[in-house]
Design a binder for this molecule. Sequence first.
Ligand code: PLP
Length: 465
Amino acid sequence: MHRHDASIEVLTQAVLRYAVERMRLDPPPLDTSRPATDLAAMAGRTVTPAGIGGLEALRVFGDVLAPACISVDHPRFLSFVPAAPTEASILFDLVVGASSIYAGSWLEGAGAVFAENEALRHLADLVGFGPDAGGVFVSGGTAGNLSALIAARARWRARASGRLDRVRGLVIGSSNAHSSIAAAGRAMDVDVVDAVADERGRLDGAAVDAAVAALPDADRERLFAVVATSGTTNAGVIDDLDGIAAVCERLGVWMHVDGAYGGAGLLAPSVRDRYRGIERADSFIVDPHKWLFAPFDSCALVYRDPLEARRAHTQHAEYLDVLHEPGGDDADQDWNPSDFAHHLSRRARGLPFWFSLATHGTDAYRDAVETTLTVAHAGAQLIRDAPHLELIMEPELSVVLFRRLGWGPSQYRAWSDRLLRDGVAFVTPTGWAGETVLRICVVNPRTTVDDLAVLVDSLAAEVVS
Ligand SMILES: *Cc1c(COP(=O)(O)O)cnc(C)c1O
């Protein structure tokens, strides 16, 4: 099975044809989830002692399994955070897979790591970080947030020279932070205290100050990081980064900015000023697999001072010591991506994003992000103009929250289910201040105002479920 023989040649053609045909679908079918019992009946046994053969496995995938996966790149997939990988990034994902690159170390993956670092440099420039900034691509925002907070805790402990080594740390987040911050707190066994965001879900410096002031004296010393969000997932609201940075600097604690969804807005001149203060952060994440048009799985984690992260994350083992300069100064070390997050082996998952950036140039990215912002704002206008709908707030980025007058949770559910069943759109309800409402998130430049008009019209009708 490791020989490139005639049957592999046939399979090569079939797999490439499949990939190209999937890319050409515009739009792809929306498709829908299915219960495992249905899939078992339709797919049959696929893992057998003798194997079913590549062509048959590909047939099962194309006929049964792929249609049971909702197409997140469909222009009317507007739930959660959609994805919209560029053609160039998808093609290069195939190349990365074919190239057997170990991208955990410079020794093994120098060329790939160099290119990933070029893409990270672009993101660091957008943030306004200095020349020393750097980081690594990890699997997603959840892994990025965790790795950044581990680095933050290590710096807090190192500065205390051993005095805090057995003290449980504490992070201040926001009542509107992403669930992955609480998950990081559980994984690290640290306390996460939520500062209170305003009614739009925006956290400011005063709220962080108030949260610190409310801590018992003994707990203040445990505080090692504050997490701000540059684009909340539920509403697309950017925290007061400048105000929060001022508090972090005064207290000497690490500031992490979670821009998994919204960090892409840094590219857009129309909203760039809302991120003022982000350059004062110690670490920042953005997911290229969300609003930067790369395939899964890709989160860029960038540190202002990556040496802090290296001290926290480097793994030491007899067989790994060849990767590190013995007794070398930090600055002498090779750039090993494994040193900057909680991982070791890794795919060069930043390369599809790099290839697409290199292909199209950063101006095309700026324009694509602006396009989605324009469409989201036009959608908000359609909602404002519709007598049956009510806009909850002016969108700051590309998330639009609104309500259908007279509807409750069951009507929203029935409408959402019917839209997916009919292959029209995928829009799920969300919660806002205790109420069930509708939310759309536009990150796909193929999503048009007409697509949003289809939704607005379909909401006018009474639901027949
Ligand atoms: C999506 C998201 C995350 C989690 O990212 P994954 O890539 O899904 O792990 C974290 N924070 C914010 C603000 C997000 O939108």
